[in-house]
Ligand binder design. Structure first.
Ligand SMILES: [Zn+2]
Ligand SMILES: [Zn+2]
Length: 169
């Protein structure tokens, strides 16, 4: 995470591709081959245990035949928590996709709130809070300081603040 190195890019399907050759190579396949000490056979699939296509640590990868791989994806459910409300969540791996933030949400309402940086308790901002945000921001207070004053998380304050400064509602 966060480690950027030259010659890596993200494939449109979310896999990490390393430059080289004609079209580059999938990082997870290179790592898996190193792990098992031999080239992958045609048709063999490298599975990401945590379903995160960008997590190519050897421990997260497993070499499987297509039928083993299908079985695994169709059977095992993943226990996790909603990225916003933190409610326990069981997701069906077959349909499961990480969002851009790497989180998964129980409802579109929760994903919407997360993306809009909703308040700690999901409350809408009051007029008074809006005024306070504008006032403090004009004094160049950092978003996290304003967040502490209003008991909101930093990200929600920042998103709200940016919107207010642009004159939006
Ligand atoms: Zn898989
Ligand atoms: Zn939720």
């Amino acid at each position: 995470m966060g480690r950027k190195s030259k010659g890596k890019r993200i494939h449109s399907e979310g896999y990490v591709v390393i430059s080289g050759g004609k079209h580059g190579q999938y990082e997870h396949r290179i790592v898996a081959e190193k792990k098992i000490g031999q080239k992958l056979k045609p048709g063999e699939i490298v599975h990401h245990k945590d379903r995160n296509k960008k997590n190519n640590k050897p421990g997260n990868l497993k070499v499987l035949t297509p039928s083993q791989h299908n079985k695994l994806h169709l059977s095992k459910k993943i226990k996790t928590r909603c990225g916003y409300c933190k409610n326990p969540l069981i997701v069906h791996p077959y349909k499961f996709q990480y969002s851009k933030s790497g989180k998964v949400f129980c409802t579109t309402r929760c994903s919407g709130k997360y993306n809009n940086g909703g308040g700690v308790k999901g409350k809408p901002f009051t007029k008074k809070e809006d005024k306070t945000i504008i006032k403090l921001r004009k004094k160049n207070l950092a978003w996290n300081r304003i967040g502490k004053i209003l008991d909101r998380n930093r990200e929600s304050i920042r998103v709200r603040g940016m919107r207010l400064m642009k004159g939006g509602k």
